[in-house]
Design a protein around this ligand. Sequence first.
Ligand SMILES: [Zn+2]
Length: 489
Amino acid sequence: MTSRTRVYLFLLLGLPLTMQAQSPEPSKAVQEFIRVRAPRIVLTHVRVIDGTGGPAQEDRNVVIVGSKIAAIEAGADVAMTDGTSVLDLHGYSLMPGIVGMHNHLFYIARPNLNGDRKYEEPLLAPQMTFTAARLYLAGGVTTMRTTGSVETYADLNLKRDIDAGKLPGPHIDVTGPYLEGSESHFIQMPHLNTPEDARQLVEYWADRGVTSFKAYMNITRAELKAAIDAAHKRGIKVTGHLCSVTYKEAAELGIDDLEHGFFVNTELDSGKKPDVCSQSEGDETLARMDPDGSEAKTLIATLVSHHVAITSTLPVFEQYSGGGRPPVRQRVLEAMTPQAREDFFLLRQQAQPTSPPKFDSILLWKRDLVLERAFAAAGGLLLSGPDPTGNGDVLPGFGDQRGIELLVEAGFSPAEAIRIATLNGAIYLGREKEIGSVAVGKSADLVVIKGNPAKLISDIENVEVVFKDGIGYDSQRLSNSVRGRYGQY
Ligand SMILES: [Zn+2]
C-alpha cells in the first residue's frame, strides 16, 4: 500500500456518516418504517436472483456500504461490529428493486357504479399520493414511472419530498399530463387540438421537471409527432396507450414505448380511420393477428428495428383471462376503503358479460402472451407494470408482483420475468449503470424475500425488507400504515 492510498483511506474513514451516504437524513415520518440502517450492512447466506435473467446464486454474502452494493462474496458468518449490521438470510432470496413502468399515483373512481358495471360520467381519477407511494415501496418497487399524471404538480412535489427524505416512497420518473386528443372520456386530461398544443404542453412540463410523457387514445399523428419531437429535443422519452394511432404508425413517428402489450394496437380493426380511435380499441386486431402470420412478424420487426419498447400490463387484463385465477389476497382487500372494495367486487363479479362478447377474451389473453414472448425473443425490450387503476382491482405494489407472476404464466422463466421487471426498466430509463440488477457498485435498491421465487414465483409476494439507497424499509409496516385507505387518498 502506498502512502497516498493510506492517506486516502484515512480520509474516507474519517468522513461522517451523513457525508458518506448519498441519501439525506430521513425525517421522523420516514424513520418509522426503517428496519435496517447502518454504515455497513452484510446480508449473509442469501440466495441472489440478480436481475440479469441468469440462474440464482445460492449462499452469498452481499455487503452494502452507504447507499451502494460494495461486495458480493461466498456465504460466510460475519460478526456484528460497531457500524456493521448483519442480517442472517438463510432461506431468503435477494432480487433488485422492481422498476415499475406502468405505475400510477391515482385511482379511478366510477361514480354510482352498479351491479351491471354501469356508472355515471364523468370518470374521476383521485390522487393516491399517500397510499400509492407507501404501497409501491412495500411491494418492492424502488423506481417507478407514473405513466401519465393527473395532478402533475403533486407528483413532482412528491418526488422532491421522497428524494429529500421527507416522505417514504420509491424513486419516481414523473410523466407529464396525458397527451390526449380533443375527444376524451377523461375530464381531467388536457385535450389537445393542434400539434402546437402538444409542443407547448411538452415544453411547459419539461421545464418544470417532468422526465417522461405519455400519449393517449385520441391523439392525432401530427400531435404525437410534435410531442415526440419536442420531448426528444430534451432527451425525454415518450410512451403511449394508443388507439387513434396504430403501433406501426407510432413506431415510425419515433415513439419510445407502447403500453399494454399487444392489446391496444388498432391496425387491423375494421373501419379504422386515420387519427380516430376505432370501436374495438384493438381487440379486433389482436383477434385477427395470428402470431405466426406475416402481420405479426412485420409488426414485431418494425418495433424492434425502431427500438420501441413494449410495456406488459397483464394484471389489468387478468380478469378477462378466464377461470382458474387465484383468490384475491387478503392484504390487497385490507388496503382498500370499504367503497373501493365494494366497487372492486362489483367489477370482478360481472367481468364476464351475459351476452356473448364480440371477441373471445380468453383468446385475446392467450394471444397477447404469445406476442409478448415473440417480441422479447426477437430482441425487443419488454417492460412491466400493473396499471393500478384500470378496473379498480389492481393495487400499487401488489400489482407489480402479480405482473411478474403473470409473465411466468406467459412462458418466461422466473429469472427472466424478474429481469423484465427490473433490469429492462433500468435500461429503458438509461439508468442501468446505477440500478436494475444486484451488482457491485450499483445502488443498494434490493428486495429481501422469504422463500425462493426463482423456483416458485408466487414467493415474490413474501417481501420482508426493501432496501432503497442502502436503507432497509419494513414492508409490513409500510402496508399496515395505509390499511383501509386506498381509494381515499
Ligand atoms: Zn395506465
